[in-house]
Design a protein around this ligand. Sequence first.
Ligand SMILES: [Zn+2]
Length: 326
Amino acid sequence: MWLGRGSRGIAGYPCGVSHAGPGAPRTSWGRAAVLVLGIPLGLVALAFAFALWVPSSGPTEAATVDATPVSDVTPAVPSTTPDPTTAPPDEPADEPTAEPAATPTGPDSQSPSSATGRSGRSDANRANPALDVVWRVETDDPVFFITVDDNLRDQAVADAALQIVRENQIPITAFLTTNYVGDDGDYFNEVTSFGGSIQNHTVTHPFLNSAGSDPYFEICTAQERLAAQFGDTPWMMRPPYGEPYFSGADPSAVEAASANCGVNRIVMWSAVVDNGKVSYNPGTTLQPGDIVLFHFWDPKFAEGLQMILDIGKANGLSPAPLEDYL
Ligand SMILES: [Zn+2]
């Protein structure tokens, strides 16, 4: 159902290591009673034996109480201090839930017209829970997919785009960078409310394979924050700048962090709309299964949306929920 650069099963890192306390050493003191009866050395022997007996018998059981904590669980998420200016006030202490609440899926659930919406997993996803890197969807359905990244910059632009989304009931998959969501949560809720969903685009938008980047913090913490703010735990992640996939650097750390944080689709793209222009890779026009990248901050976001709808219409294609195909 998708075209990836190889399907990778990720062994990943252990989510938690439980250290049981050492077994309590137990000492048996079946020391025989001291028998000293009526001889001149009896009192001396009794005192000597008593001196040996007293300190070794009384406290033995009490001393074997295991003081080791019941469990010493290593969290999957590194204990990086979140930015207090951006962290939601009610950030949950719990691990992110890898599996969102089950969405009823009927026989039509994979139909392009049946929008799962808001992060429900499709049957295709449930059938293949292993991590995959997706550049475009391999499908014969007359559909393409609209994804929008990052954050708002201009409210008038955002409003004009929302108007087009609303009029055309476009299922938008929004990849949000949590440090920049700010007060725009309502906007992102509404713009994804037509069969779309909110997904992971990290906390700070770094190059995930750069020396100073911590993929666990970037991916896992974004999972927690998006779940806390929007009520759905993402399962797609778009790496900022498409890295390390464009450069060909080793993606193992990014993929291990993704898999351990509940992400099983790393979503790239096969077409870009930027500043009123569209480019395709591969191909020269919109094709079934193309994943189109937009940015919320593009000053021509609204014009670009209308343009891709028109191109899709000319090619017999309609935007569909990406969730239903991954
Ligand atoms: Zn981005």
